[in-house]
Design a protein around this ligand. Structure first.
Ligand code: 2AM
Length: 171
């Protein structure tokens, strides 16, 4: 199974992200928009594994306080994938780094690349003219992060379906 660990959003942040998707939709030819229920902030990507219990053990070792997450204020694209940014705050980086350390201790191979907190809102975006012409107005919103989730990702009937397997609260 394909697993990743992520933070889910408040309704207010989901509304803001959906509004960004609508702004994008009105300026492009086509895209695969992320389904509303799949919008999340990935902390760590585990890839294919049959060891969810080891991922849970890594999550259980985390003893960090809840914190304020700021989402928005910036948008961008990696090639044809469009994202909304999240603030690279100390508590967020600390949570992602600590989690990756514990996942490696549990035997997972986790890429070393720098953590760039982002929310993918659309893939395979085909602009009308050029990606640089696209303008999104992205307000910044805050939420409290009280925990994070182990997620399973599957393709069911051509649709990407994410299922929460485990939730770990912050202190
Ligand atoms: P993305 O949004 O930038 O594609 C589920 O696939 C989540 O894990 C997505 O948020 C995805 O990020 C993230 N992820 C991180 N590394 C990945 C990888 N090598 N392959 C697929 N997804 C990855």
């Amino acid at each position: 199974m394909r697993l990743f660990i992520a933070v889910d959003f408040s309704d207010e942040i989901l509304d803001m992200l959906r509004d960004c998707q609508q702004q994008l939709q009105s300026q492009i030819r086509s895209a695969g928009m992320t389904a509303a229920e799949n919008l999340h902030l990935t902390l760590a990507f585990l890839g294919e594994t049959e060891e969810p219990a080891r991922a849970v053990r890594a999550m259980e070792k985390i003893s960090l306080p809840s914190f304020t997450l700021r989402v928005g204020g910036k948008a961008g694209h990696f090639g044809d994938l469009w994202w909304i940014g999240a603030e690279e705050s100390r508590p967020l980086i600390r949570l992602a780094d600590t989690l990756k350390k514990y996942l490696r201790e549990e035997g997972f191979f986790i890429e070393e690349k720098k953590f760039r907190p982002h929310i993918t809102i659309a893939r395979r975006v085909v602009p009308v003219q050029d990606h640089h012409k696209i303008r999104l107005h992205v307000p910044e919103k805050e939420m409290n992060v009280g925990g994070f989730s182990l997620m399973k990702s599957e393709r069911i009937g051509g649709r990407l379906v994410y299922t929460e397997l485990y939730w770990k609260s912050l202190t």
